[in-house]
Structures are given as structure tokens and as C-alpha cells.
Design a protein around this ligand. Structure first.
Ligand SMILES: N[C@@H](CCC(=O)N[C@@H](CS)C(=O)NCC(=O)O)C(=O)O
Length: 277
């Protein structure tokens, strides 16, 4: 692993590391924030998954999370959103290919060679982080938009692995909206039976754990009605007695201004669960 950035932030360290990802068959950047408490011993870790078009940079430069992470003594790991590189398949559209990995394991050409983000985020990255940084194995996961989809799917499919899950403006039912239909057709093929494993709403029926889900959603988000549809998830969660809190935030849009306004609440929510662990 090679450290490519290091900055003091809120008394801790914001770092960016570059490493070879075996599951993705390419080199990846990953941002790691270590709070001041990490100097004295292992701290819990929150994974933050970003949305379409993002790299590891968007969250660390725009969300204002470092001061809250320092206050609560938690590390935050923010990976890139897809495999990258000139040898990696891509698509000219912003919602497919590099920058749009959808946190799944692709089965279709030309994507399957590198687009194995589910394995990377669920297995390879935590093992790497826990081997190289002063962190404990207390983990939680959150994300934004496509990354909110990733966080919900990964938490629902891995009971016991995460102490908390939350999302900003998540794509909760990708099988039912244009972003998801396009990406899943490309990465997983047209057979919709393969899609349910990556659809948070579809996964609720078989969830074995009742990890409470916190969702914040801006009411003025341009993607709310067409792509996000949090009510679909809430209705299905109610059917299966799965605890979910959806907070509609009046006037907020889809941007990092929205995330930065509520990131403190999410980090407090995660820190309480991580420390109770
Ligand atoms: N219309 C946007 C759609 C992509 C978008 O809104 N991306 C969100 C996540 S789904 C984002 O976080 N963008 C990067 C940023 O705001 O820093 C575009 O073409 O860039």
C-alpha cells in the first residue's frame, strides 16, 4: 500500500492510500480518516459508499465528516465507486462503467473482469483496513444515492457484520427505476431473477437480522420521484417488521450540501451502535 495524501484534519489524519485490489484486478484509491483517538488504540470504522460520478475525494472534501469522526472517535473509510484504469471497461454515460460500479459483482462481458465491487467492499477492503490501520473489527456502513443502495444491500446480506446502517438519498429499489434497470441489465444481464440479490427492497423479505435503517432524504431532490422512491422501501420494511426511520428533509437537494447538513446525526447514530458493541 502506498500513501498518496496525508492532511491533519480535526486533530486526526485524513489520508488517501493506493493499493492493488485483487478482487477488482486493478489499483484503487481509498480514503481513510483516523481520529485522534486512534493514536491510543484501535477505533471502530464507518464505511462510506459514494454515489454516481464520485471518487474517494468527494466525501472527504465536501461532507465535513472529519470533525464529527474526531468527536466520536471513529475512523471513516471512503473507497472509490468502481474499478478504474485505461484497461478497465467503461461507458461514456455517467451512470454506467467507471464511477458507477453499483457495488455488485458483474457477471456479464465486458464488465465481469473488473467490476466486482461487492466482493471488494464486503471482503477485501475490510481485511486490508483491519490489517494496516489502528482499527477494531467493529464496523458500520453508510452511503449516498448509489452508495446508499450499496450500504443497504451489503448490510442486509451480511447479518452480524455491521453494527449500524444508514443512507442519504439511497436508490432503494434499483430493479424498479431507470438507473438500476440500466446498470443491472449491463452488469448482471436481462434475467431479472439475478437482480434481487442487489435490490435492498427485494432483500427485506429474507433478512434475518433487524438492524435499524436510518434514511435521510431531501424533499427537493431532483431524483426523488424518478430514481430513489424511499416510500417503496418503507412500505416493504413495514410488511416485514423491519425497523426503518425515513426523515424527509424539506427543501434539501441531492448534493453534498445536504449530506454535510446531516452527516453529524449519522455519525452520532453509528458511533452509539459501534461503541455499544
Ligand atoms: N447529474 C449528475 C448526476 C450524478 C450525481 O448527482 N451524482 C451524485 C451522486 S448520485 C454526486 O455525489 N455527485 C458528485 C458531487 O456532488 O460531488 C451528473 O451528471 O453528474
Amino acid at each position: 500500500m502506498e500513501r498518496i495524501e496525508q492532511h491533519i484534519a480535526a486533530g486526526g489524519r485524513q489520508e488517501v492510500w493506493r493499493h492493488h485490489a485483487t478482487s477488482l484486478n486493478c489499483d484503487m484509491n481509498v480514503a481513510v480518516y483516523l481520529p485522534p483517538q486512534a493514536e491510543d488504540g484501535p477505533v471502530p470504522v464507518i464505511y462510506f459508499l459514494s454515489g454516481l460520478t464520485c471518487t474517494e475525494q468527494n466525501f472527504i472534501t465536501k461532507a465535513g465528516a472529519q470533525a464529527f469522526a474526531a468527536q466520536h472517535g471513529v475512523a471513516i473509510v471512503a473507497p472509490d465507486t468502481s474499478p478504474r484504469g485505461t484497461n478497465v471497461a467503461d461507458d461514456p454515460a455517467y451512470d454506467m462503467g467507471q464511477g458507477a460500479g453499483f457495488y455488485l459483482n458483474a457477471t456479464q462481458a465486458p464488465w465481469a473482469t473488473h467490476f466486482q465491487m461487492y466482493d471488494y467492499i464486503t471482503n477485501e477492503l475490510p481485511a486490508l483496513i483491519e490489517a494496516h490501520f489502528p482499527v477494531s473489527n467493529a464496523r458500520s456502513i453508510m452511503g449516498h444515492s448509489m452508495g446508499g443502495h450499496g450500504a443497504l444491500v451489503i448490510a442486509l446480506r451480511n447479518p452480524g457484520r455491521y453494527k449500524a446502517v444508514s443512507a442519504f438519498s439511497p436508490i432503494v429499489a434499483p430493479s424498479q427505476v431507470p438507473w438500476g434497470e440500466k446498470a443491472f441489465t449491463g452488469y448482471l444481464g436481462p434475467d431479472r431473477s439475478a437482480w434481487a440479490a442487489y435490490d435492498a427492497t427485494a432483500l427485506l423479505a429474507d433478512a434475518t437480522e433487524r438492524l435499524p435503517v436510518l434514511i435521510d432524504q431531501g424533499s427537493a431532490d431532483d431524483f426523488l420521484e424518478s430514481q430513489l422512491k424511499p416510500d417503496v422501501f418503507v412500505a416493504e420494511a413495514e410488511r416485514h417488521s423491519h425497523p426503518v426511520t425515513l426523515r424527509m428533509q424539506p427543501g434539501y437537494d441531492h448534493s453534498y450540501y445536504f449530506i454535510s447538513s446531516f452527516i453529524g446525526d449519522h455519525i452520532a447514530h453509528h458511533a452509539a451502535a459501534l461503541k455499544g458493541a
